[in-house]
Design a protein around this ligand. Structure first.
Ligand code: SAM
Length: 263
């Protein structure tokens, strides 16, 4: 029986061989890399990855897809984890015997879980070398947006704090089956080695950014009322009449440091 795509699991399978080749070329897998594929589905990316690497871990929630995936494993290289990636313990890979300890993540992600997954992966950045993800085009645009752009917001600040975000190419809806209603794009994410915010302060930083963007049309003086006054904004070198989308990531960091000094 052919597999019937499940909408609730975001099952839009890649069927365009040129796009598949372009993604694999962008990743440029080396045989000793420790690659984790999220949501392998029917194996569109898994198959070419298996030709390049010594071992591949994949995380797939849909158990109906497991027999198809296991058929791909002719050389006993594939390790299938039948888990929800949002609950997956990535620290279990720490004890691996791979030459390159750090993980390389790849996935044509189910769009409904992409934002929570990206936030979850921020916590694992120290053990990640890079990530290549296919996402809804608008999400890639938001995460890579420059200060002042209409789509610059909380996702842009939080992602750019943690990662270098590099948009690679867009992918038309016709390259998938079933065809999704939206366009897609592939992005490369490289974790930043030294984060400007200490680990135990990230939740507070995230709270400040969330509040700043809670009312995009208002000035910082108003949106941050109760948290930061005009003096504090000015001490951080920030004009309090600016709107949140006019603040660079560096300015958010400076504001947060000033704010933490006060509290
Ligand atoms: N990689 C395949 C391809 O490119 O054709 C499939 C991509 S499809 C967009 C997303 C895949 O993620 C599906 O196989 C789906 O079952 C799986 N998936 C959905 N939610 C998941 C979750 N929470 N954890 C792990 N896998 C999930």
């Amino acid at each position: 029986m052919p597999h019937r795509a499940k909408k609730r699991l975001g099952q839009n399978f890649l069927v365009d061989s040129n796009v598949i080749a372009k993604i694999i070329d962008s990743v440029n897998p080396q045989d000793r890399d420790h690659i984790i594929e999220i949501g392998p589905g029917l194996g569109a990316l898994t198959r070419p990855l298996l030709q390049r690497v010594d071992r591949l871990d994949v995380i797939e929630l849909d158990r109906d897809l497991l027999p198809e995936l296991r058929k791909l494993d002719v050389h006993a290289k594939l390790c299938v984890h039948n888990n929800d990636v949002l609950e997956f313990d990535f620290t279990r890979f720490r004890q691996s015997n791979f030459a390159h300890d750090k993980l390389r993540l790849i996935g044509n992600l189910p769009y409904n879980i992409s934002t929570p997954l990206l936030f979850q992966l921020m916590n694992h950045r120290a053990s990640i070398q890079d990530m290549h993800f296919m996402l809804q085009k608008e999400v890639v645009e938001r995460m890579c947006a420059s200060v002042g752009a209409h789509d610059y917001g909380r996702l842009s600040v939080m992602m750019q704090l943690h990662f270098e975000t590099i948009p690679l190419f867009t992918v038309a809806a016709e390259c998938f089956k079933p065809t999704p209603k939206v366009e897609s794009a592939v992005v490369r994410l490289i974790p930043r080695v030294d984060l400007a915010i200490a680990n135990d302060q990230l939740a507070d930083f995230s709270g400040l950014v969330r509040q700043a963007f809670s009312q995009r049309r208002k000035t910082l003086k108003n949106t941050l009322r109760g948290l930061c006054d005009t003096n504090l904004l000015e001490a951080a070198g920030i004009d309090s009449s600016k709107r949140p989308q006019q603040l660079t990531v560096q300015e958010f960091i400076a504001l947060f440091h000033q704010f933490s000094r006060k509290t």
